[in-house]
Design a binder for this molecule. Structure first.
Ligand code: PMP
Length: 398
């Protein structure tokens, strides 16, 4: 019956972990992981999360179904975290937010919605982008193209190319933007550049979809990381917003996220919500409640929110420290190359500029594993392995 089904290719990121696990060297380093690790290379459970879990346990909650749109207190807290306390769309109920299966689920719900209500409209994603973007849109029958983003010659932003491509896209296209900590490049526009991007999207009447998977995790400040999202909303864009709480709350496996759409009126928001419900019901009926309970009990409590803020800052600061440290050791060990992009880029990932051949040598000669596009996850670097890593990178790049 299944003889016509051919074996599909492995996910390239999972391939890195497979190779890493096979290596028996004590100095091995996995720079492929997409999850935060502490300075001992261990997964980190936030204290704020542990306290919220204790509260949930003590409240003796039941395990009834959530509504199709998920846990209401979570949905509101998610929107407030992204858009800010005083946001008029939230106050005037000109927004609909549905709880989703983490950020991926938010993107998938968004894509299904576009496939249904913006049929044939092309979604433009940055080149490069998180690999799942292309596939999610394609699977939801949304045509997908890319706009210029990364400039390999300086490991920075190709701003002119980006603007040109967004301008050249047919009016009313869907433009996907990474709100902060662009994955995989770590390259974000400056505030001034964001203003121009907003203006161009406005002129072209594009629909802007933000993928916001790292709020707080990039700079350490949830407000600073929300700069672009809030700017576009102030500029009058009725944005779509995909949020993930995997990284900033360390809730990866709990699959907690949200998808929001801004509307012209409370009535329009209610109409959009009714259609989101019709779309979600046959996909997964309703979302899991645990992660929503954890996030909403943190964000509804001043003390826990404060604790979460300090912990998300701690994670962001460790990442920033490791960037500085890596560059310091590269120089100390004699590298004269310009590594400033390592510290200029932001978030968990860094596009090092290493070639596929150099990546192969790092694995075979130094037990250092990363994807062949030269992307490293800074979360895999610790104060104990950073010098070894710098020496290895210097060896393959001199
Ligand atoms: N968008 C981007 C840009 C990401 O990097 C990620 C996580 N790798 C996600 C969305 C979604 O992840 P999750 O489904 O785990 O929330």
């Amino acid at each position: 019956r299944w003889s016509h089904v051919q074996k599909g290719p492995e996910d390239p990121i999972l391939g890195v972990t497979v190779a890493f696990n096979k290596d028996t060297s004590p100095s091995k380093i996995n720079l492929g992981v997409g999850a935060y690790r502490d300075d001992n290379n261990k997964p980190y459970v936030l204290e704020a999360v542990k306290k919220a879990e204790k509260k949930i346990f003590e409240a003796n909650v039941d395990h009834e179904y959530a509504p199709i749109v998920g846990v209401a207190s979570f949905n509101n807290a998610a929107a407030v975290l992204a858009l800010g306390e005083d946001n008029s769309y939230i106050k005037e109920k000109k927004i609909t937010t549905v709880q989703t299966i983490s950020g991926t689920g938010a993107l998938r719900v968004a894509a299904e919605f576009f496939g249904r209500f913006l049929p044939g409209v092309t979604a433009y994603v940055p080149n490069p982008t998180w690999g799942n973007h292309n596939v999610i849109f394609a699977d939801s029958k949304v045509p997908v193209k890319s706009y210029s983003y990364y400039n390999p010659s300086n490991c920075g932003l190709n701003f002119e190319g980006m603007i040109k491509d967004i301008q050249a896209a047919p009016a009313g296209s869907i433009i996907l933007l990474h709100a902060c900590a662009h994955n995989p490049t770590g390259v974000d526009p400056t505030h001034e550049q964001w203003k121009k991007i907003s203006q161009v999207c406005k002129e072209k009447e594009h629909f802007v979809l933000f993928d916001f998977a790292y709020q707080g995790f990039a700079s350490g400040s949830p407000e600073e990381d929300a700069y672009a999202v809030r700017l576009f909303v102030e500029d009058g864009h009725l944005i779509g917003l995909c949020q993930s709480f995997a990284k900033n709350f360390g809730l990866y496996g709990e699959r907690i996220g949200a998808f929001s759409l801004l509307a012209n009126s409370a009535e329009e928001a209610a109409v959009l919500e009714s259609q989101l419900k019709i779309l979600i019901r046959p996909m997964y009926s309703n979302p899991p409640v645990y992660g929503a309970r954890v996030v909403s009990s943190i964000l509804s409590n001043k003390e826990l929110t404060q604790q979460w803020r300090s912990e998300v800052k701690l994670m962001a600061d460790r990442i920033i420290d490791m960037r500085t440290s890596l560059v310091k050791y590269l120089k100390q060990h004699g590298s004269t190359k310009d590594w400033s992009h390592i510290t200029n880029q932001i978030g968990m990932f860094c596009f090092t500029g290493l070639t596929p051949e150099q990546v192969d040598r790092l694995a075979s000669e130094f037990h250092v594993y990363l994807t062949r596009n030269g992307r490293i996850s800074i979360a895999g670097i610790t104060s104990k392995n950073v010098e070894y890593l710098a020496k290895a990178i210097h060896s393959v790049t001199k």
